[in-house]
Write a protein that binds this ligand. Structure first.
Ligand code: SAM
Length: 231
């Protein structure tokens, strides 16, 4: 698994171009995947929500728009990414601003059992210690709460040849053109290829103490949303 400090440094370097690069690399699909994520959260009408590994805050802003009465907060362990998120609120009334705070998913600055829902999009893959991180997600949720984990996964068999070609060629090239940091996106491609199947992540979520877990594959299972609940 990746080392936290190296991951933080890598995201610091690409923070300013992160949103644009994402849109290009996913051919706009990331908007749809995030929409599916937020729709699932909205159905539960949670009051207290945290978006973890929030990065530039894209999911946090969508949650606030979908659930205006909810208390939404965002956490990340990379200050330059948080600065991009905060910058998107410049000029907004203080009362409407989402609080974005430093927070490492290995030891979150969030009280036990204090959230109804949490989201984490493309964060779990970067955890230094996945078992520890998933246990942290479990710790901060109230009984009846749920974690919504959006992450790349292993695609359906028919998709694999095209997908791996894309990861090895198109992705590093575009990333180099937009961010100048080809290495960061070579890491991204490698981390996607090495990431476990949906069933493995489901088993790990159960081992972390979640009582009901289901996985929803999207777009030929390029990505999946795991919904992990606590009874
Ligand atoms: C690929 S970006 C995803 C950002 C955002 N969730 C999104 O959907 O665009 C991964 C983010 O996870 C953060 N991250 C990685 N490991 C983390 C950890 N242990 N604790 C907090 N944030 C972490 C990185 O700093 C980065 O901002």
């Amino acid at each position: 698994m990746p080392q936290g400090e190296a991951i933080r440094t890598m995201f610091s370097g690409i923070a300013r171009r992160y949103d644009l690069t994402n849109r290009i690399l996913s051919f706009g699909m990331e908007g749809y995947w995030r929409w599916r994520l937020v729709r699932l959260v909205k159905r539960r009408a949670p009051g207290d929500i945290a978006d973890l590994a929030t990065g530039s805050g894209v999911v946090a802003f969508r949650l606030k728009a979908a659930l205006p009465a909810a208390r939404v907060s965002g956490y990340d362990f990379c200050e330059p990414m948080l600065a991009v998120a905060r910058g998107k609120q410049t000029g907004a009334p203080e009362s409407e601003k989402i609080p974005f705070a430093l927070g490492d998913c290995m030891a979150l600055p969030i009280a036990d059992a204090s959230l109804d829902a949490l989201t984490i999009a493309y964060g779990v893959r970067n955890f230094e210690n996945r078992a520890k991180g998933l246990a942290e997600l479990r710790r901060v949720l109230r009984p009846g709460g749920a974690a919504f984990v959006l992450e790349f996964t292993q695609p359906a068999a028919w998709m694999k040849p095209f997908y791996y070609l894309y990861l090895k060629t198109f992705l590093p090239l575009v990333a180099w053109l937009t961010t100048g940091d080809r290495k960061a996106y070579e890491y991204l491609a490698g981390s996607i290829a090495d990431y476990p199947e949906k069933d493995t992540i489901s088993a790990e979520l159960r081992a972390a103490g979640f009582t009901r877990v289901r996985a929803i594959g999207l777009t030929g299972s390029i990505v999946a949303i795991h919904v992990a609940e606590i009874a």
